[in-house]
Write a protein that binds this ligand. Structure first.
Ligand code: MLT
Length: 401
C-alpha cells in the first residue's frame, strides 16, 4: 500500500505542528461532526441501556441484519417519503458506511474490475487495493483501477466509463467535492449499469444535506436502480453518529449477479456474509438510531444539519467574495476550493496550517484529479467556522500582496 491513509497522514502533520502553533488550530479537515447528540437520541440510548440492565430487558446478540424496529423505521422514514418501497429484509444495519462500502466488493470475484470517480473518498480505493484487485501502484495510480475524472472543466460530472467494469462507486452528494448529480445525470449511470451489467455501490452518506427536491437523495428514485445498485447510508453525518456508529445498506432483492453463467442473488449473499463477519450494532445504539428517525428526533437532527449547511453556505460565500474559485457546499457539508496561484494541494495545506492555523484536507489525497484543490468541511461550530474564514481570508490576502 502506498503511503498512509489520507486522514492518518493529515492527523500526523497536524499533531506534529499543534504543540508549536502560535494559536489553537481550527479543524476543517476530516468530516467529523461537532454538535452533541440530540436529546431524543440520548434519551433513547439511556432508556435502552437501562433496559439492558434489567432482567426482562436484556438483549444478547442482535439479529445479523439489525433489529426489525430500526429497519422498519428506515423503510418508513427514509424511503417511503421518496416513493421508494423496500422490504425489511432489503435493509442491513451496520456500524458505518465506510465499513460497508469497503466490504461490498467481497460480493464480487477477486478479479472484478473496479471504477471510481476521481477525486474519491479514499476508503473505496484502499479497500480494493488491499483485496489485491487494483494491480500495481505506479506513479500515483493503480494499474487496474478505472477512474472517472471530475474537474471544474466538466462541472464535476463524470463521463460514463469507456472500459468495462464490474463495480462502480458513486457518492452523491459527493465527498470530497461537495457537488451533486441531477436526476437526469444519475439516470444516465443507472442506464449504463443496466446495459452493461455493472454493479453500482451508491454512497448516500450525505443525503441529509440535499435541500432541492430535484436532486435525488436515493439512487432508487431512478427507475431500474434496484436491479443494479446497492445503497449505503449512515447516521454519522445526519444525526451526529461519527462516534456512536450506526449505518445501513440497502441490497435489493431484485439485484442479481452472475457466477459461472448462473444467477446469484446478492441480497442472500450479503446476508450470508453479514452473519459470518460481524455481530451487528449494539441494542442501545440501534434504539438511538431509531430515535433519530422519530418525528421528534428528525426535527432535532434537521436543526443540526441546518447549522452545518449554513456553515457550508457561509464558507462558499466568503471565499467567492474574496475572488477564490469554490465548488460544492450547497447540498453537501464539503467545499472544494481551487488552490490560489496554482499551488499544489499539499503545499497549500501546509501553508494554511502553518500560517493561518486552519486544517483542511489536500485535494490530491482524494486522487490525481484532486491536485490543485483543497477540501474544507462545514462540520465545525458556526463560531469556529467564522473565525476560520477570517483567518483564511487574511492569509489569502497577505499571499496576494
Ligand atoms: C471525510 O472526512 O471524508 C469523512 O469524514 C471520512 C469518513 O466518513 O470516514
Amino acid at each position: 500500500m502506498p503511503g498512509d491513509y489520507l486522514f492518518a497522514e493529515v492527523a500526523r502533520r497536524v499533531q506534529a505542528y499543534e504543540p508549536v502553533a502560535p494559536r489553537p488550530l481550527i479543524r476543517l479537515g476530516i468530516g467529523d461532526v461537532t454538535q452533541p447528540l440530540a436529546p431524543a437520541i440520548v434519551e433513547a440510548m439511556v432508556r435502552a441501556t437501562q433496559e439492558m440492565g434489567s432482567p426482562g430487558g436484556f438483549h444478547g446478540y442482535p439479529p445479523e441484519q439489525g433489529h426489525a424496529f430500526l429497519r422498519h423505521a428506515i423503510v418508513e422514514a427514509e424511503y417511503a417519503p421518496l416513493g421508494v418501497q423496500l422490504e425489511l429484509d432489503e435493509v442491513f444495519v451496520s456500524d458505518g458506511a465506510k465499513t460497508d462500502t469497503s466490504a461490498l466488493p467481497e460480493l464480487l470475484a477477486a478479479d472484478a474490475r473496479v471504477g471510481v470517480t476521481d477525486p474519491v473518498y479514499p476508503a473505496y480505493v484502499d479497500a480494493n487495493a488491499m483485496a489485491g484487485r487494483l494491480g500495481r501502484y505506479r506513479r500515483g495510480a493503480w494499474s487496474e483501477l478505472v477512474t472517472l475524472p471530475c474537474r471544474a472543466e466538466n462541472g464535476f460530472v463524470p463521463e460514463l466509463p469507456t472500459r468495462p467494469l464490474d463495480l462502480l462507486y458513486l457518492c452523491y452528494p459527493n465527498n470530497p467535492t461537495g457537488t451533486v448529480l441531477t436526476r437526469e445525470q444519475l439516470a444516465r449511470f443507472v442506464g449504463y449499469a443496466l446495459e452493461t451489467e455493472t454493479l453500482i455501490v451508491f454512497d448516500a452518506a450525505y443525503k441529509a444535506y440535499v435541500t432541492d427536491p430535484a436532486i435525488p437523495r436515493s439512487i432508487y428514485e431512478i427507475p431500474g436502480a434496484d436491479r443494479v445498485a446497492i445503497e449505503c447510508c449512515s447516521f454519522s453525518k445526519s444525526a451526529g453518529f461519527t462516534g456512536t456508529r450506526c449505518a445501513y445498506t440497502i441490497v435489493p432483492k431484485a439485484l442479481v449477479g452472475r457466477a459461472g453463467g448462473k444467477k446469484v442473488d446478492l441480497n442472500t449473499l450479503w446476508r450470508r456474509r453479514a452473519a459470518c463477519r460481524h455481530n451487528g450494532v449494539s441494542y442501545p445504539v440501534q434504539r438511538a438510531a431509531q430515535a433519530a428517525l422519530s418525528p421528534e428526533g428528525r426535527a432535532q437532527v434537521a436543526a443540526q444539519v441546518r447549522t452545518y449547511t449554513d456553515n457550508a453556505h457561509r464558507i462558499v460565500a466568503a471565499l467567492r467574495g474574496a475572488g477564490l474559485e469554490v465548488f460544492g457546499g450547497l447540498h453537501a457539508p464539503y467545499v472544494w476550493l481551487r488552490t490560489p496561484g496554482g499551488q499544489g494541494s499539499w503545499e497549500f495545506f501546509d501553508r494554511l496550517l502553518h500560517q493561518a492555523q486552519v486544517v483542511g484536507t489536500p485535494g490530491s489525497g482524494f486522487g490525481p484529479a484532486g491536485e490543485g484543490y483543497l477540501r474544507l468541511t462545514a462540520f465545525n461550530t458556526a463560531e469556529r467556522t467564522r473565525e476560520a474564514l477570517e483567518r483564511v481570508l487574511a492569509f489569502v490576502d497577505a499571499e496576494g500582496r
